[in-house]
Design a protein around this ligand. Sequence first.
Ligand SMILES: [Zn+2]
Length: 112
Amino acid sequence: MKTTNTSNSSGIGFIGLLTILFITLKLTNVISWTWVWVLSPLWISTVVSIIIIGLVIFWVEEQMKTSDINKMSDKNKTEACYNCGTIIYTEFNDFKVIEGTIYCKECALKRR
Ligand SMILES: [Zn+2]
């Protein structure tokens, strides 16, 4: 007797048991369903898991888009020149850092 199987106590699960039940009922002529519906627990659970996986992938992609936008806004950070207050777009690299303070190019040149 195996006692370590904790994730699935029945071994086949609810879907498997339902399918076996339907097949048994079909073969004993208790139900007159077509085989599509007799086997429906199998494909319905497959379709449901595909939909769930699709939704998860969609959600992950949305999250990645959002983090990309966050990265972009980090890149587009602006600073102000310590001397004249001119807005410096750090992505264009039009600034100089002198003794830990940010200056625009013009002010940096004047300081030299
Ligand atoms: Zn300046």
